[in-house]
Design a protein around this ligand. Sequence first.
Ligand SMILES: [Zn+2]
Length: 296
Amino acid sequence: MKKLSIIVLASIGIFGCNMAIAANNNIEQTEAQAAPSVSVDPAKDFLSQLGLSQSDIEMLYKYHRNTVMSEFRNRDNLLFGNVVPLNNTSFMPANTIGNLEVGARYHLVNWDQQSIAEFKDTLGRVVFLMNTPEFSRDFNRSLFTVKSHSSENVLIPSSYDQLKSYVNRTAENSGNHIKAYVSNSHTKTAWGTNGLIIQIEESGINAAQVAHEMMHAVGFAHDGKYTGWNDNIPYFVQTIISMNESASDICSDGHSTCRGQTIHWGQIYDSTYNHTYRPANQEAVALLGKYFNHVS
Ligand SMILES: [Zn+2]
């Protein structure tokens, strides 16, 4: 093969010198244009493929290198690993909603570039967090709080491994293609629907909410016999990821399960108000705070 290449090049050298130079120029130009977005570090490229912003990538590299490397090594077998990276076809124009039910008091609009970047980074955070060792440990340890009747049409997994295999199989049935709609309303709610369909508010793109809706998007529910408690997979997963620095006080009464409206979600992490990175102190730290409480 190599020999053949040399012969071909030699032929060009003899019969088509100008053409060979033109081709070389093209190659150089392409490389120069691509250079700023291409990292030489494969593990950083992997994080970028998840959709994470450059500042998140640098931060994870600085403080959580071991987890990064373990996910990088396992990159072909990640929960939701095949739905990223998102491309532009995932950001649905408002007028393509068709007969699909629209979120209550939602006014769908077209995506702007800032919201697209925010959603990509947020989904990247969700995928990263759902593949951390802490997530699988917490999932298995507290799964008893999830009641089987909370999702009528989908069997509740009995372990993290089962969750992963179910999620990835279901995502694949939808072509691993997320369809995301955005609203400019301010109801602080979001919608996830079977078939990897998500509706979210421009002002409400955060990892805990996206994680919750991604569970709906693969079929887990808290409807039917839903009692208003966080005893179902979407709330359970949201609780593990959470916005709180402490996941242990998720219910104000100290219990592990409580009514949805009494959940204490805490503050959404905002780099404007978190000027210094605070490392996780104990196991009670929710994953979002542990991994992404940093200056962006
Ligand atoms: Zn829900």
